[in-house]
Design a protein around this ligand. Sequence first.
Ligand code: DUT
Length: 194
Amino acid sequence: MTLGGRVFRPGRFFFMQTYRFIQKAGLKTRPPPSDRIAMTSPLSIPILRLSHAADLPLPSYQSEGAAGLDLMAALAAGETLVLQPMMRALVPTGLVFQIPQGYEGQVRPRSGLAVKSGITVLNAPGTVDADYRGEVKVALINLGAESFAIEHGMRIAQLVIAPVTLSVLVETAEVDSTARGSSGFGSTGTVTVK
Ligand SMILES: O=c1ccn([C@H]2C[C@H](O)[C@@H](COP(=O)(O)OP(=O)(O)OP(=O)(O)O)O2)c(=O)[nH]1
């Protein structure tokens, strides 16, 4: 931008001041840059619905800020899957995801099912690899004292899409030293106030 023959480069402060002025004046604006950082555009994920999930809606976020897409049990018509206490089952979702390279799907338990009925994901978080093209299934286990009936369409788990940091392992003869060293597995105890 040129002002009075001099080159003028407006910085972040200039934009924020201008934004606040417009806001005070009651004019409608887009959110300031700092707020917009969090509003990244959603990742597109191709998804294939298999025949046993044809009557089910696609997984969706249940609230504006939810992190997980609810996964539903896709059972055969009229089938009910009863999980006896301490029994496990691989529950089909009827969905094939094409997760983009650099991301993974994490199959996580739903806290409501866990707290109310002891139903959780046995391998939590289950990992759905970016190159997996099979049906996503949920390994549920009943850790409760009562049997639990899973019906077709029941929201049994949630899928969180997360970025994956790919690493290159570099073998070395020694690693650097730290204050913790090799202490772990409860070495700091559990008491907070001494
Ligand atoms: O809860 C899960 C976990 C995995 N999978 C699918 C997607 C994943 O990409 C594939 C393999 O999972 P994982 O790598 O955890 O299994 P593995 O036991 O290491 O098998 P593999 O040798 O096939 O990788 O199985 C699910 O559908 N649900």
